[in-house]
Design a protein around this ligand. Structure first.
Ligand code: SF4
Ligand code: MSK
Length: 640
């Protein structure tokens, strides 16, 4: 494990604390703050994890059911205890049902995010909010064409309004298919149709999961899991893809740009506003409001040198790739950012926001501002956000942060030095541009072996794995072996913090990948965005498969989520594998209580869908699995 904090001249108690910090994160900035937290006796997610140990083994194996009030029931996996729930449900049924509910929750989170974005798009198109406008006209027109909406003779706003209506119908559709699924290769579509897993309406699939898992409905593990695949597809080729497209229309399709990451982006002399969560609707306005002359003047009056907006998690990824706004950290750094003592406001929307922030911000001057009508937390300042007065609300929020600046206690401020430059914003359109307008140079590089294959590495942090250890080491191993990596979510932030999103990181790559990166001026790890932007990876994979005249499952490509924790990641896993991409998970999903479900996910799915899962917490072994998979696919394609 890497140990980078300067640990000379510190006493033995501090040495013990420092050792703990090393075990918790490989990132020096995080280690510094973890040490500080230990010294101050401030509790973090890692401490709460330790207090949970040993975690419930029934929960870990997925064999606990509380789907009706005869229960809760649990299956005894080894001893002479119960092998069935009171209703007769076996371990296979209980594990499959629990997994389906998890997929439904993940798909719901991504898709409800998408719904809100489309509703904002509708209001913007109909002039109900002056804060948003159509930024990417070309994307609007091409998506309208995909949805069969004629644009001739209509204003962009009219097209936008009709498109928003058509997109909203995708949520409540009862039959047929989600239109975005037509972006998949024909062979994949045919397979989904044969299996009966083409998603119909997004909401319909999610509701059906809840129905099927209700006591006494679907009690066949395979049958249950097929609905899991369909629901996952309604997320990846539905909700997530819609969110990505509409966000691009409203805020612009990302293009490569430079920025900086890690806790060191927090400013000593400016007002620090953190935007955290997942939706860019508010954060785009916050970024704009932070440049408002009135607020900048107020900041000056309060003794600050300006206003500094920084992101955490995927709200951060969204503003990073469109505006170059710096990122303060990924999921496990949200508490650490507050512990720097330099955050005037932690502004949150939805998803991946720890309720612990309420108590923690209470120990500092930080205002914890919750903004979503759907999400509140303990000890927040509620500043509910609606599109109609979006800019005004954003200004009020930033003003609150500015007014809080004089309350910062310099004695409590401890901002780590570390910040790292990064190159971000590789949408499929940007990748195509970098390749000179055609995917052929990448295809040729894959054919020649200069690029051995593509690894899509995504997902969260999880206290069960040393922060960023899984992410960074897996990605380093892959690029060393000439695997071009595309990344989103918290993996992207981890890679950025480790310097892997810089073109210079090609020095860490194998000779073939290094030469390709140098020729194109790109990093060996391409930042493709937030969690919903995994849909961009699907589009990229589909484009490559079509160009090669094969299915996605034939590509020398694989996916990985080395430190995943969220239900959303389970939905992502379901759609990535259903799309034909072998996927390695770094933390164990709660399925091992059923041999049948485990075998289905890790082996039998191959026969059904052309891809499966593997679980490997060791990033070096995970890289091996991926490279072997890629080599197998290369061989099948007749590539050396
Ligand atoms: Fe127990 Fe069956 Fe009710 Fe689940 S659904 S709690 S297994 S009786
Ligand atoms: S933010 S879902 S912790 S990747 Fe998208 Fe990170 Fe996972 Fe949230």
């Amino acid at each position: 494990m890497e140990q980078q904090v300067d640990d000379r001249n510190i006493d033995s108690d501090s040495q013990i604390m420092l050792q703990k910090a090393y075990e918790r994160s490989i990132d020096p900035a995080s280690q510094t703050i973890l040490l500080k937290a230990e010294q101050l006796g401030i509790e973090t997610a890692w401490d709460r994890y330790e207090k949970q140990l040993p975690q419930c083994s029934f929960g870990q194996l997925g064999i606990c059911c509380r789907n009706c009030n005869m229960g809760p029931c649990r299956i005894d996996p080894f001893g002479e205890g119960a092998k069935k729930g009171i209703c007769g449900a076996t371990a296979d049924i209980i594990v499959a049902r629990n997994l389906l509910r998890t997929i439904a929750a993940g798909a719901a989170a991504h898709s409800d995010h998408a719904r809100d974005v489309v509703l904002t798009f509708k209001k913007a198109s109909e002039g109900e909010t002056g804060s948003y406008r159509i930024k990417d006209e070309a994307k609007l027109l091409s998506l309208a064409a995909e949805y069969g909406i004629p644009a001739e003779g209509k204003s962009l706003e009219k097209v936008g309004s009709e498109l928003a209506d058509a997109l909203l119908l995708e949520f409540g559709k009862q039959n047929g298919f989600l239109r975005h699924t037509r972006r998949a290769p024909n062979s994949r579509l045919k397979l989904w149709t044969e299996l009966g897993i083409v998603p119909r309406g997004i909401d319909r699939e999610i509701v059906e999961c809840m129905h099927r898992t209700n006591m006494g409905v679907d009690n066949n593990a395979t049958h249950i899991l097929l609905q899991g695949l369909r629901t996952g597809l309604s997320d990846g080729w539905g909700g997530s893809m819609i969110a990505t497209d509409v966000q691009d229309i409203l805020f612009g399709t990302p293009q490569p740009k430079m920025s900086t990451v890690n806790l060191g982006v927090l400013s000593r002399d400016k007002v620090n506003v953190i935007v955290h969560g997942h939706e860019p609707i508010l954060s785009e306005m916050i970024v704009e409001a932070a440049e408002d002359p009135e607020l900048l003047k107020l900041a000056e009056e309060k003794g600050a040198a300006g206003i500094n907006v920084a992101g955490i998690c995927c709200t951060g990824n969204e503003t990073l790739m469109r505006n170059g706004t710096p990122i303060a950290g990924n999921f496990l750094q949200q508490e650490l950012a507050v512990i720097t003592g330099a955050v005037e406001a932690m502004v949150v929307d939805v998803q991946c926001i720890m309720p612990a922030l309420g108590e923690l911000t209470g120990c500092y001057h930080t205002k914890f501002i919750s903004t979503s009508p759907k999400a509140d937390f303990p000890n927040t300042v509620r500043m509910e956000f609606h599109e109609e007065g979006a800019y005004e609300t954003a200004k009020d929020i930033v003003k609150k942060a500015v007014e809080n600046f004089p309350n910062r206690n310099p004695g409590k401020v401890n901002i780590p030095e570390e910040k790292q430059d990064c190159m971000v914003g590789f949408s499929p359109e940007a990748i195509l541009n970098a390749l000179g307008g055609t995917p052929d140079p990448l295809i040729e590089a894959i054919k020649s072996g200069a690029v051995r294959g593509i690894g899509a590495v995504v997902g969260c942090n999880n206290v069960k794995i040393t922060h960023n250890f899984g992410h960074v080491n897996l990605v380093k191993e892959l690029i060393k072996n000439n695997v071009l990596v595309v990344t989103t979510g918290c993996n992207a932030i981890a890679c950025a913090e480790a310097g892997l999103l810089m073109p210079e990181a090609s020095e860490l790559a194998g000779d073939g990948l290094k030469a390709v990166c140098k020729a194109l001026g790109i990093p060996p790890v391409l930042h493709m965005g937030s969690c919903v932007d995994i849909s961009r990876i699907l589009v990229l994979a589909s484009g490559l498969a079509n160009r090669l005249g094969v299915d996605i499952s034939d590509l020398p490509a694989a996916g990985a989520a080395p430190e995943w924790m969220s239900e959303k990641a389970v939905s992502i896993g379901a759609y990535v594998v259903s799309s034909g991409v072998f996927t390695v998970l770094g933390t164990v999903p709660p399925v091992l209580g059923s041999q049948a479900v485990t075998a289905l996910l890790t082996k039998d799915l191959n026969e059904v869908i052309g891809a499966s899962f593997a679980v490997e917490p060791d990033p070096f072994k995970a890289a091996d699995l991926i490279i072997r998979h890629i080599d197998g696919k290369r061989m099948s394609l007749g590539l050396s």
